[in-house]
Design a protein around this ligand. Structure first.
Ligand SMILES: Cc1cc2nc3c(=O)[nH]c(=O)nc-3n(C[C@H](O)[C@H](O)[C@H](O)COP(=O)(O)O)c2cc1C
Length: 203
């Protein structure tokens, strides 16, 4: 019997995983992925563990002129949804909604668990999370910066209608992808040892 062939180590991938960090959407500018890179990213995104192959997620691409168009609609929807809010505060947040897509490319990952499937909805939602993570890693491997966000635009009913997210679907993440305008700082990372135990028999 021939011995199994070991997959060659990929130190560059390890270094990328060890150093990847997010960049706030406001700090993401052109260049972003071109059409081929965007297609490749989506293929990478879909290459995630998916119990029973349900593909319980889908994508919405927001790019080019659609970014300001959707921003204007979200801004208006935010005002309409918050009539009681102090006007200055409402305008501040409405303006943020208007500029919500500063990066050249945004990919919305929509989680859509299959109802009645034998696979629990939780597992299907985890698969949508894996899709988001693959997008972050894939973008980093292409030399781009990115961030995974949610917030009002990903959760409020009016915003979901604008995005085109239906009943029974939820936004797992909005992935903003581009190039950092400033050298991004890292954040403190968790103490992995403090979060890790080794199982031993109880008693
Ligand atoms: C499901 C999910 C939703 C998030 N939503 C937001 C958000 O709306 N706004 C935000 O600033 N960060 C949000 N974050 C956090 C950022 O994606 C990111 O974790 C944080 O900026 C630190 O980045 P890094 O650990 O990738 O470097 C979210 C993270 C997850 C997993």
């Amino acid at each position: 019997m021939t011995p199994p062939t070991r997959r060659p180590p990929a130190p560059e991938t390890l270094a990328l995983l060890e150093a990847r960090r997010s960049v706030a959407a406001a700090g993401l500018a052109a260049p972003g992925p071109d059409a081929d890179q965007a297609r490749r990213l989506l293929a990478i995104a879909a290459r995630v563990p998916d119990h029973a192959m349900l593909a319980p997620w889908r994508f919405i691409v927001i790019e080019g002129a659609a970014r300001s168009e959707i921003g204007a609609r979200l801004s208006e929807a935010y005002r309409a949804a918050n009539p009681e809010m102090v006007p200055e505060k409402r305008e501040k947040f409405a303006a943020i909604m208007g500029r919500l897509f500063p990066a050249p490319l945004a990919l919305v990952v929509v989680s859509r668990p299959v109802v009645g499937a034998t696979i629990p909805a939780f597992e299907q939602e985890l698969s949508a999370g894996a899709v988001c993570m693959n997008l972050l890693t894939g973008a980093a491997a292409m030399g781009f910066d990115a961030i995974w966000v949610t917030g009002w635009a990903a959760t409020h009913k009016a915003a979901l209608a604008i995005l085109g997210v239906s009943e029974g679907e939820r936004v797992a993440g909005i992935l903003h992808i581009g190039t950092a305008t400033d050298a991004p700082a890292d954040r403190p990372r968790p103490d992995v040892a403090a979060l890790t135990t080794h199982w031993s028999p109880p008693g």
